[in-house]
Design a protein around this ligand. Structure first.
Ligand code: NAD
Length: 474
């Protein structure tokens, strides 16, 4: 399990300071700024669970940062170092993140202080169900007000347990499946949710590289192909991002930092094989065809084109920011760069694509899943065959007019109706591209904004302030 990261100041203060730069650029009333930054509600629950014949007490939190849009949305983290401040900071990030990608949710986050590796499957099920019951009874989980999703230490399995617990307590609620997202597909989940955050990271990077002037400003040229990337974390987010970058964009993952050290190969690491090796060996140590060092922190400072922290918060601090040797940082994890480090990196002209944009793919596809649960029908079910039939008619017409046969590959492209996964990926790609373009527009038009993070917060805060204003809150 990850060790507790060194936090130079409270995580929530770091998020607030970053938002303050945007408030300054927007000239918003300080009262409105305070209202937007404040966490609306947080609950701490302490509950007992019988483990191996004796009672253990567990502590967890769920924070609702904002409810200008409902439900409030955010992951549920199981980790030994979770604390109230971290949960509040992550809930605030969710508020900004949802606004950036136009997902009509408020911000929330939850955490349970636990090392999941110390418990077996049955024990984890008991603990998760009990935690869920506490949150459901106190109004902190429901399809209409607060909807958790997976985060560090949780996945499809835990979400299925939570949905089932909610269903048992609310059997008359037809929409019970919408009380969490990130469920297994056979239990109301959506195709493409697991890969969504990592894939969203890559969609943002592709959009960045479509703009030659942005690439040039970051001291690079060309596209993603051949770019040398250092990746930290090969969990859900890091694996899917790294695999796509390597296999589809032909970028080179020249180093991978994991909790027990780092692998290095200047020609690029085969991400799929590394993942399989970790699954089997529970370590990266000994992976063939790559150099290994136990000093992962030193590899974070290795010279590269792009650095992608995809593991934990507070990995780049004022202690190491001066030595980071990259042109672009892509924050796949939440809060990997502290406020102090951000100031140092900005002064050093290192471009940072911020977490609130970069990893918003997860909540975007969660939104699609929530809609699917409320509509009780899979995306594409009604139109797929109809679209295919229209494609056949189109080809018949083309062949009739041209008196030539349409080649097989073209026929397949035209006839293929979209499956749910195609639609989800298309919606995700569109969302991430559009969000990046909104940030660019702020950078171009607001002279007080000169970095992507402030631009992201300006986009988010403008939308949130507008929403409060429309509701007559101020
Ligand atoms: P995960 O638990 O699946 O993966 C985390 C990975 O980081 C693991 O492989 C772990 O071994 C590794 N790790 C732990 N400590 C490390 C260290 N000190 N150095 C290097 N590697 C270390 O978690 P995840 O879901 O991939 O989440 C990663 C980050 O992305 C978190 O900040 C999370 O909040 C954020 N995030 C996740 C999602 C999602 O959909 N899963 C969505 C948005 C944001």
């Amino acid at each position: 399990m990850p060790t507790k990261p060194k936090m130079p100041e409270s995580f929530s203060k770091s998020v607030d300071h970053m938002a303050d730069r945007a408030f300054a650029a927007l000239d918003l009333d300080p009262g409105v700024a305070s209202m937007i930054k404040a966490c609306e509600a947080i609950i701490e629950v302490n509950f007992p669970v019988p483990i191996k014949g004796r009672l253990e007490i567990f502590t967890g939190w769920r924070a609702t940062h904002s409810t200008h849009r409902l439900p409030a949305k955010g992951g549920l983290r199981f980790a030994p170092f979770v604390n109230q401040d971290e949960v509040e900071a992550l809930a605030a990030l969710m508020t900004y993140k949802c606004a950036i990608v136009d997902v009509p949710f408020g911000g929330s986050k939850g955490g349970l202080m636990i090392d999941p590796a110390k418990y077996d499957r049955d024990e984890l099920q008991l603990i998760t169900r009990r935690f869920a019951r506490e949150l459901i009874r106190k109004g902190f989980i429901s399809p209409s007000t607060n909807v958790p999703a997976p985060d560090m230490g949780t996945g499809e399995r835990e979400m299925a347990w939570i949905a089932d617990t909610y269903k048992q307590l609310n059997p008359e609620n037809l929409n019970y499946a919408a009380c969490v997202t990130g469920k297994p597909v056979q239990h109301g989940g959506i195709a493409g949710r697991i890969e969504a955050t990592g894939r969203g990271v890559v969609y943002v990077m592709r959009e960045f590289f479509r703009h030659a002037d942005d690439v040039k400003a970051a001291g690079m040229s060309g596209g993603l192909g051949g770019k040398r990337i250092v990746l930290q974390g090969l969990g859900n987010v890091g694996y899917h991002a790294g695999k796509l970058l390597q296999e589809e964009d032909k970028a080179k993952i020249i180093a991978l930092i994991e909790k027990d050290g780092a692998l290095i190969n200047a020609d690029g690491l085969p991400i799929q094989q590394v993942r399989e090796y970790i699954n089997a060996q529970k370590t990266i140590k000994g992976f063939p065809g790559a150099g290994f060092t136990e000093n992962g922190s030193a590899v974070l400072e290795m010279e590269c084109d792009i650095l992608i922290p995809a593991a934990l918060e507070a990995q780049i601090t004022d202690e190491n920011a001066g030595r980071i040797n990259t042109k672009l940082i892509v924050e796949a994890a939440n809060g990997p760069v502290t406020f102090e480090a951000d100031e140092i990196l900005r002064a050093r002209n290192i471009a940072i694509l911020p977490d609130a944009l970069v990893n918003a793919g997860g909540v975007t596809v969660s939104y699609f899943e929530w809609i699917r649960n409320l509509s009780h029908i899979r995306f594409g079910r009604m139109e797929r065959r109809y679209d295919e039939m229209r494609g056949e008619h189109l080809i018949a017409a083309m062949e009739n007019v041209s008196q030539k046969q349409v080649p097989d590959w073209m026929r397949q492209e035209i006839v293929k109706g979209a499956a749910e996964l195609d639609l989800v990926r298309s919606g995700l790609d569109d969302t991430m591209r559009h969000a990046y373009q909104e940030l660019r527009e702020v950078l171009r038009s607001n002279p007080k904004v000169n970095d992507y993070r402030t631009a992201a917060y300006v986009v988010a805060i403008s939308k949130i302030a507008r929403s409060y204003f429309d509701l007559g809150t101020y």
